[in-house]
Design a protein around this ligand. Structure first.
Ligand SMILES: O=c1nc[nH]c2c1ncn2[C@H]1C[C@H](O)[C@@H](COP(=O)(O)OP(=O)(O)OP(=O)(O)O)O1
Ligand SMILES: [Mg+2]
Length: 202
């Protein structure tokens, strides 16, 4: 029996996300390509007010440009004490061209003096799969945590070193890709996407 191997393009410019996708999708009947492997594509505009809007617009934008099935991820951190900020603005928290370090610094400075029990928050992720015509599927995931006052760990990306998963006693930056995928917002959304894709192809 011959399995159909389809190509899915992980349509993100974030190398940290790509690494997690490659690990999570390993073993499934898809050829997983990242955007950078296909060429130098422009940034997608992310002017939606929800993760879902941005995720669908990124997936459709890159599906039209590549002509391939594209899987986009829009994600971010919601901090309760900051009334859900930075949320969809997580990547631009410290400014339009801010890097992870700038964003982490700004987050810490906005939480100075806030005790641990008030530093709760969550990562959210919405995935969208699109072809050149439209979005075919969306899935999401969430992971709850606490924002530390100092970074811990050197793996991962973004806000990972500041995000403690209380049940495990470690930050997302202290985990391997496999460990992070098992519990993360992105890992959950990827597993659900793989499930729904399998149904779609039946
Ligand atoms: O697992 C995560 N661990 C740490 N930080 C994370 C995670 N997931 C999202 N984040 C942060 C990074 C960035 O500040 C923002 C996502 O912004 P977002 O626009 O979705 O991604 P991005 O601009 O880095 O790449 P792209 O839009 O090309 O997919 O939330
Ligand atoms: Mg982005």
């Amino acid at each position: 029996m011959q399995e159909t191997i389809k190509e899915i393009v992980v349509a993100t410019k974030n190398a940290g996300k790509v690494a997690e996708f490659k690990v999570a999708l390993n073993g499934l009947p898809y050829k997983v390509t990242s955007l950078v492997e296909l060429g130098n594509f422009p940034e997608a505009t992310e002017n939606g007010v929800t993760f879902a809007e941005n995720s669908c617009s990124k997936a459709e934008f890159y599906a039209r440009l590549t002509g391939k099935l594209c899987l986009a991820d829009d994600s971010g951190l919601e901090v309760d004490y900051l009334k859900g900020e930075p949320g969809v603005y997580s990547a631009r928290y410290a400014g339009e061209h801010a890097g992870d370090e700038d964003n982490n610094k700004k987050l810490l400075s906005n939480l100075i003096g806030v005790p641990p029990e008030k530093r709760t928050g969550r990562f959210r992720c919405v995935l969208a799969l699109a072809n050149a015509e439209k979005t075919l599927l969306t899935t999401d995931g969430t992971v709850e945590g606490v924002i530390l006052s100092e970074p811990r760990g050197d793996k991962g990306f973004g806000y990972d070193p500041l995000f403690l998963v209380p049940e495990l006693g470690c930050t997302l930056a202290e985990m391997s890709h496999e460990e992070k995928n098992r519990i993360s917002h992105r890992g959950q959304a990827i597993r659900e996407m793989a499930k729904q894709l399998a149904v779609l192809e039946k």
